[in-house]
Design a protein around this ligand. Structure first.
Ligand code: SF4
Length: 396
């Protein structure tokens, strides 16, 4: 996988004062992929050392007042063309910089004050459809013993638990808030495994409960809150779904967004949930663009066929009617399932980094679906699913 990096994050002494800003997590990621170093300011031919630059009122100004807007644009265009030529789907850029910053940049007062905005090059790359993140995103997704990756497995996907080198096991019934009488459905088990997969710390939950079994939205998100309390910052939701004909095919998929058609929301059960600060949660990028891009890169590198699309959460347990399937197609839905949406809402409320992976085991609205066929289809794709998850864990 090719990834563009700000050259200063890779240790190149290219900053305005002749320094570098290497970051350990970025260097580690670069060592696992094909790095494509960029430095828009170097590409523009700016001399080093020079006064620092900041953005103010849409212009880029050096601290001595020189307007370098056009120079910065020229350098950004050059590096953007290089990233496109390298076919890199991801760019990890230096935070706050007037060229490379993402979301926040220095505000032109030269007092370290930040304002909402994008660096000149970061904006160009984003407009080209490249996933642009800062070094802080890479660091926040980095797993450790204190911050293991949570993996919640769905119907027919529970075999991934066999990859875990276990350190301890947790009976779901010992988890606060988990319904005492709940029993696993076929293809699930109710014992969380804390351990490692390929040396990466993980907590694997090889089963879940569902709204269609009569549980509340607060109850079906207990595992997410448990993972968060264990220190997990990344959470991978894996679920079996039906693909919506015309929008997706059977097989593996990466979730890009979701539509909650269950009529339930765990944050509406506010009095029962102590872990989140506010129920009014921004649901943009609920599925982390960074993690999605890594998953796509892994799939491409390993030759695993994976599609991408929007997930619709249905209450179930009955499958979709043809009219409902047609509605989902018109809504732009690729995958329909009976889990995940409430969990993803809870994870976003807890500011976790969410990756949604699905295995479309059937066509939504088909006449011959039953639980056994879903499990059987899932097992056929077990190996590719495992390779995909392991590949993502390796890059984190
Ligand atoms: S332009 Fe970007 S890569 Fe170059 S020094 Fe500034 S932040 Fe680093």
């Amino acid at each position: 996988m090719r990834v563009a990096f700000s050259a200063c994050l890779l240790g190149e002494a290219v900053r305005y004062d002749g320094s570098a800003k290497p970051r350990a997590e970025v260097l580690e990621l670069a060592s696992k992929c094909e790095p494509c170093p960029v430095c828009p300011e170097r590409a523009a031919g700016l001399f080093v050392p020079r006064p620092p630059a900041e953005q103010r009122a849409g212009r880029v100004l050096l601290a001595d007042g020189t307007d370098v807007t056009e120079t910065f644009r020229r350098g950004a265009a050059h590096e953007c063309a290089a990233v496109k030529a390298a076919d890199a789907p991801l760019a990890v850029l230096k935070a706050k910089s007037p060229s490379c910053g993402v979301g926040l940049v220095y505000d032109g007062t030269y007092t370290s004050t930040l304002t909402a905005g994008m660096g000149v090059c970061a904006r160009l790359l984003k407009e080209e459809g490249i996933c642009v993140v800062t070094e802080d995103t890479v660091a926040s997704c980095k797993p450790s013993v204190e911050h293991p990756v949570a993996i919640v497995l769905g119907t027919g996907l529970g075999h991934l638990k066999s990859l875990v080198k276990p350190v301890r096991r947790i009976d779901y019934h010992d988890i606060e808030g988990f319904p005492a009488a709940a029993a696993p459905i076929q293809g699930h088990s109710f014992e969380a495994i804390v351990g490692t997969v390929d040396e990466v710390p993980v907590v694997v939950y090889p089963g879940r409960i569902h709204l269609y079994q009569g549980y509340t939205a607060a109850e079906v998100t207990v595992l997410v809150r448990h993972a968060h309390r264990l220190g997990c910052r990344d959470i991978i939701f894996a679920c079996a779904t039906g693909c919506v004909p015309g929008n997706a095919n059977k097989g593996l998929g990466i979730l890009t967004d979701q539509i909650n058609l269950t009529g339930r929301n765990p944050l509406a059960e506010w009095s029962e949930i102590r872990d989140v600060d506010t129920p009014f949660v921004d649901m943009n990028d609920v599925y982390s663009p960074y993690l999605r891009t890594l998953a796509r890169g892994v799939a491409d590198d390993l030759g695993i066929s994976v599609e991408e699309g929007v997930y619709a959460g249905m209450l179930g347990p009955s499958f979709e009617t043809p009219a409902e399937t047609n509605m989902l197609r018109l809504l732009g839905v690729s995958y329909a399932g009976m889990s995940t949406v409430c969990e993803a809402i809870m994870a976003k409320a807890l500011e976790m980094n969410v990756l949604g992976l699905t295995l479309a085991t059937n066509e939504a609205g088909a006449a011959d679906i039953d639980h056994q066929s879903v499990v059987a289809e899932a097992e056929q794709h077990a190996e590719d699913f495992e390779r995909l998850v392991r590949g993502v864990l390796h890059l984190l």
